[in-house]
Design a protein around this ligand. Structure first.
Ligand code: FMN
Length: 327
């Protein structure tokens, strides 16, 4: 239905990327997204060893012959191996698309480009989009303040950031942050983006390994159910719960990261995802959670996104007034 520079570059049917989610975008979910015509992304930081990462890449390959990506988020992830080692593992395994995210990717661009993989950087500021384009990224994802996970330090919305990014560079842009349905897809394409990245929406799908109670918490949340914490360090948008409130209180008192770490650690998040206790950890989640009413399969969700996008276009077309011959 849509053909863009990004669908061609990535070899995907629909301009829909399922954003990587630590612990959650495992082989089953990534392969389901690939089979449904989008791009799924394995976050390298999910794994305790390079060997486990390689096993996951191989498992994904067994589940789909379609393209998928590996993400290396360039912030300290408390892993016993380096970002370069994670990238090298993806390159060694011949992963067709590699994504870096968050910080300056300069030190890694040459090795990724030399591998022949499509190279994508994800960032939250227009100036970082420009830098990634100059470094040689094939495409850039820019996320707005609404997004789940790391929205960066500027409180600038997706609507403005995407339009600015499209104006600033010639390479194709994928838009993320608050996009959870086909209307959001059409809005992003209208701004000049050539694909969307959805994280929060794919959190609440059947193939996501999180406990059903976590998914139920997403369904009952609305657009005002998220908040920002760690604003002085690396801001995180997450579901409002006791842990988010407590971290906010500690931050206001000027607590150190060491004091907050037990509350915000990734392992605590993993435990909550698996036990279903949505109040026990920071649960990254974007404002687009307000648009989630059910827990479909990935294939059902993708069909719905595309049919809603078609209806959104028809709705807009019907609003276009054609001046008659007499003016
Ligand atoms: C639960 C969750 C975990 C995430 N983990 C990561 C991560 O490890 N690395 C990363 O670059 N982005 C991560 N993200 C961000 C997503 O990849 C994506 O950029 C974002 O969710 C898009 O905005 P949306 O949530 O409004 O759809 C995460 C998002 C969520 C909701």
């Amino acid at each position: 239905m849509f053909s863009t520079r990004i669908t061609k570059l990535l070899g995907i049917r629909h301009p829909v990327i399922c954003g990587c989610m630590q612990w959650l975008t495992r082989a089953e979910l990534v392969a389901a997204v690939a089979e449904a015509g989008g791009l799924g992304i394995i976050p390298a930081a999910t794994f305790d060893s390079i060997d486990e990462l390689k096993q996951e890449i191989r498992k994904t390959r067994q589940l789909t012959s379609k393209p998928f990506a590996v993400n290396v988020t360039l912030i300290p992830m408390g892993r016993p191996f380096s970002h370069a080692e994670m990238l090298m593992a993806a390159i060694d395994e011949g992963v067709p698309v590699i994504e870096t995210a968050a910080r300056d990717p300069q030190d890694y661009v040459d090795m990724i480009k030399a591998s022949g993989a499509v190279y994508l950087h994800k960032c939250a500021r227009v100036r970082d989009v420009v830098k990634a384009a100059k470094l040689g990224a094939d495409m850039v994802t820019v996320v707005g303040f609404e997004c789940g996970g790391h929205p960066g330090r500027q409180d600038v919305s997706t609507m403005v950031k995407v339009a600015r990014a499209v104006n600033a560079v010639d390479i194709p842009i994928a838009a993320g942050g608050g996009i959870s349905d086909g209307r959001g897809l059409v809005a992003a394409l209208s701004l000049g983006a050539e694909a969307v990245v959805m994280g929060t929406r794919f959190f609440a799908v059947r193939e996501c390994p999180a406990h059903d109670d976590i998914k139920a918490a997403l369904v009952s949340a609305d657009e005002a159910s998220t908040g920002l914490v760690l604003t002085t360090l690396e801001p995180v948008r997450a579901l409002r719960n006791q842990v988010l409130d407590r971290v906010g209180e500690l931050e206001n008192k000027g607590a150190s990261i060491a004091e907050m770490y037990p509350l915000v650690s990734g392992r605590r998040g993993l435990k909550a995802y698996m036990s279903g206790h949505a109040d026990d950890a920071l649960i990254p989640c974007g404002q687009g959670v307000g648009l989630i009413d059910d827990i479909p399969t990935v294939a059902e969700l993708m069909d719905r996104i595309m049919s809603d996008a078609g209806m959104a276009i028809e709705r807009v077309e019907a609003m276009v007034s054609v001046p008659n011959q007499r003016g």
